[in-house]
Design a protein around this ligand. Structure first.
Ligand code: HBI
Ligand code: FE
Length: 277
């Protein structure tokens, strides 16, 4: 069975994972014995550096939940995280070889299963990697799945994705994913903080997203967000800000079908906020 992997946007590099060994739902076993000492050391160094950058930049909910991720000095076993995660919010993480197509991805989320890439970047890619690896997925995405409100939003997003696919609106919905779950900012009483996994797992973008004067920072608004394109290999030029995770959850309550038709009738907006001509 040839399983084609999804790629973010227009990345033209072949997928890195070994898709030949995953099940039809794209999940595969986490072969923990296959990780090398260098892999474990890369994870330890990434975790150490990133955790030190969080104070004042990551949202409180993330900082509070991070210890639930467990071991820091080597790559964790998914089943150990799942024991805690399932008790907390009935979610579990499943290993995948890397990016997977939209519908299998949405289907896993709709069933409270988060796909976590099972390979880690090479030491040479310590500072930057285009594809999401196990560190991006574990450190960036998994802690907030311990937060009940956020966890319910992610499941609702998956359910919405299956509907979006039937309406041909995957691109519009993937922008919502990109500008919330991957690159979202949250307004706290003590200032702006990151909650998006792409920011939280990046050593450079964390500071940029919260403090740089360059990017546009707009209130999250369904139509505007769904019209705004994104770039996968640069810091974001636009960030969308929410007041609370409850706001995210409530926003996904209505049926998106009318929103999609409204958005598709309007011109797209460039990543830097410029209206397409
Ligand atoms: N696959 N493993 C994995 N992880 C993701 O975050 C992911 C994906 N496939 C598609 C995708 N994200 C985005 O296009 C979502 O907007 C659907
Ligand atoms: Fe991600």
């Amino acid at each position: 069975m040839i399983l084609q992997a999804a790629t973010y946007g227009a990345s033209d590099r072949p997928p890195r994972g070994d898709y030949s060994r995953c099940a039809p739902d794209y999940t595969c076993p986490q072969n923990h014995a296959a990780y090398t000492a260098a892999d474990h050391d890369t994870y330890r160094r990434l975790y150490e550096r990133q955790a030190a950058l969080l104070p004042g930049l990551a949202c409180d909910a993330f900082i509070d939940a991070l210890p639930s991720l467990g071991v820091k000095d080597h790559i964790p076993r998914f089943e150990e995280i799942n024991e805690r995660l399932f008790k907390a919010t009935q979610w579990e993480i499943v290993a995948v070889p890397g990016l997977i197509p939209e519908v299998p991805f949405f289907t896993l989320l709709a069933n409270r299963k988060f796909p976590v890439t099972d390979w880690i970047r090479t030491p040479a890619e310590f500072d930057y990697i285009v594809e999401p690896d196990i560190f991006h997925d574990l450190f960036g995405h998994v802690p907030l799945l311990f937060n009940p409100v956020f966890a319910d939003y992610v499941q609702r997003y998956g359910q919405g994705g299956l509907k979006a696919d039937s309406l041909g609106a995957c691109e519009q919905l993937s922008r919502l994913y990109w500008y919330t779950i991957e690159f979202g900012l949250l307004k706290q009483k003590d200032g702006l903080r990151a909650y998006g996994a792409g920011i939280l797992s990046s050593s450079g973008e964390l500071q940029h997203a919260v403090h740089s004067p360059e990017p546009l920072r707009l209130p999250l608004q369904l139509e505007r967000t769904m019209r705004t394109r994104y770039k996968i290999d640069t810091y974001q030029q636009t960030y969308f800000v929410i007041d609370s995770f409850e706001q995210l959850f409530e926003m996904t309550a209505p049926d998106f079908a009318p929103v999609y038709s409204q958005v598709m009738a309007l011109p797209e907006i460039a990543a830097n906020g410029e209206m397409a001509a």
